[in-house]
Write a protein that binds this ligand. Structure first.
Ligand SMILES: C[C@H](N)C(=O)N[C@@H](Cc1c[nH]cn1)C(=O)O
Ligand SMILES: [Zn+2]
Ligand SMILES: [Zn+2]
Length: 492
């Protein structure tokens, strides 16, 4: 093998990057096949599709030559009392050379719900390319990036080139429902992580047209609030006006969580939020972020805040409360004159440092009970936390951030922005806390990809350049890691 940093090694990488360009249609076709699987983890009826997607992923890693363990994750107890199997998780490894750095890639192949009726322009499960964009559910979140990582490795194999790092994979199928059971899986497989040097996640998007490295995410505390008036739905002509309606109680509760300025009105909720330091405050000035473009891509005319700094701080370092929906309420077209008997309001609070989920749970429960008490309603109230994902902020001085910066500069010709993300990777902090390894997010999705939205996409360019980015990252990391080991040996 040639030492890294030589011209021959540069030539190897250039061959890899050219191969990726030349095979892009094949890579796009592979993504189309993955996106045809409706692996929506939130729909119990589609659970077998998530399992099928996990098996497809496992086969692909096996074909690469990886050692794959398919881990049974047991059963999920649904809130309606049913039990359904969780999809299995994948633990895999490829290459085991003690002289090389070991990188563990984490990703998920489950997706958010999607249906044409929600307003998609194309069939969400039939990937469609329009003007250089690959539309469909999972394009950017997270099938595209997972496949791009695999393609970067397959390219090395196809060209019979040495992969400069050892690889491990942890791939799951329940990220979109908060990664239940995954923290226990990690805790029970610490041996798997013992020789891992770096953990990489590519499950978010850039903030602008400029590539970015992500060193922090918000967490999420997801709540269900259930109000029940009786055993069955009733006619609003026969019973309207004489009973305490569950829906009225719930709407009142939901209306008393957050005010029109976005301020969460739950007492104590901001108490633990980390104060803004002078040093952090300065960071926001230099980040590329086009407010108007962000508005355009969201389809919303007016944001709650006016400046870039306010917007970024409210996305990255302030909690936010979103009301997502009401289960059991009439939501179809038409004019059904029903009084729903049991309704479940769903809302979540994005968590930031130094909020603590048990404290948030207490504050939310007490607040909802107090608000409900004002109604003097005889209805039954239940409040419960269904997802408790904590925020994560990493040390950007870790070596892999430097390797990723070099790789971005090589592939995109610009130095990446260092950003945080308002969304949640439930396992990011868990990885760090349980393994004590460096964690980094290396996004390849564009700011306008529309994760979780209708018409989710990834651009062909980001998908293919992203594949090149991963290949370059292996090479840059290998060089820097080797220098680090050499320096350590010299010291001893
Ligand atoms: C960032 C990632 N692609 C993602 O979409 N994560 C989800 C995870 C989650 C949080 N609560 C429930 N699921 C998200 O941020 O919504
Ligand atoms: Zn995701
Ligand atoms: Zn997602």
């Amino acid at each position: 093998m040639l030492p890294f940093g030589t011209d021959a090694n540069e030539k190897h990488l250039d061959d890899i990057l050219s191969y990726i360009d030349e095979h892009q249609d094949e890579f796009v076709q592979n993504l189309k096949e993955w996106m045809a699987v409706p692996s929506d983890s939130s729909d119990p009826e589609l659970r077998s599709e998530v399992t099928r997607m996990m098996n497809i992923t496992a086969e692909r890693i096996k074909t690469l030559g990886g050692n794959v363990e398919i881990v049974d994750m047991g059963f999920e107890k649904l809130y309606d009392g049913r039990s359904i199997p969780f999809p299995p998780a994948i633990l895999a490894e490829l290459e085991k050379d003690p002289a090389k750095a070991t990188v563990c890639f984490y990703g998920h192949v489950d997706v958010q719900p999607a249906s044409k009726e929600d307003g998609w322009k194309t069939d969400p499960y039939n990937m469609t390319e329009i003007n250089g964009n690959l539309y469909g559910r999972g394009a950017t979140d997270n099938k595209g990036p997972v496949l791009a990582w695999i393609h970067a490795l397959e390219t090395h194999k196809s060209l019979k080139q040495d992969i400069p790092v050892n690889l491990k994979f942890i791939i799951e199928g329940v990220e979109e429902i908060g990664s239940p059971g995954l923290a226990d899986l990690i805790a029970g497989h610490l041996q798997f992580f013992s020789d891992v040097d770096y953990i990489v996640i590519s499950d978010n998007v850039w903030l602008s047209k400029k590539p970015a490295l992500t060193y922090g995410t918000r967490g999420n505390a997801y709540f269900f609030v259930e109000v029940e008036s009786g055993q069955k739905d009733l006619h609003s002509g026969t019973f309207g006006g004489i009973i305490h309606e569950a829906m009225r109680d719930l709407v009142y509760i939901l209306a008393n969580l957050v005010d029109s300025s976005g301020h969460i009105v739950i007492p104590g909720i901001y108490d633990d939020v980390a104060p803004l330091t002078e040093e952090e405050n300065k960071l926001y000035e230099n980040i590329e972020f086009d407010l108007e473009e962000h508005k355009n891509s969201s389809g919303v005319d007016t944001f709650l805040y006016k400046t870039k700094e306010e917007i970024l701080q409210h996305l990255w370092r302030q909690p936010s409360l979103t009301i997502h929906g009401i289960e059991g309420a009439f939501s179809g077209t038409g004019t059904k004159t029903v009084i729903p008997s049991k309704v479940i309001g769903k809302f979540s609070i994005r968590q930031v440092p130094n909020m603590r989920i048990p404290e948030v749970e207490k504050q939310v429960t007490k607040h909802i009970e107090d608000v409900f008490a004002r109604l003097h309603s005889p209805n039954k109230l239940k409040v419960y936390l269904t997802i408790g994902a904590v925020p994560w902020v990493a040390n950007i001085d870790d070596l892999q951030y430097k390797a990723a910066k070099n790789a971005v500069t090589k592939v995109f010709g610009v130095i990446p922005d260092m950003i945080r993300d308002g969304s949640t990777i439930p396992l990011a902090k868990t990885f760090h806390d349980l393994t004590q390894k460096s964690v980094m997010m290396l996004p390849i999705g564009g700011a306008d990809d529309g994760e979780h939205s209708q018409n989710e996409k990834i651009s062909r360019s980001n998908y293919i350049q992203g594949t090149k980015l991963f290949a370059s990252y292996f090479h840059e990391l290998s060089k820097l890691h080797k220098d680090l080991i050499d320096a350590k040996q010299l010291k001893n």
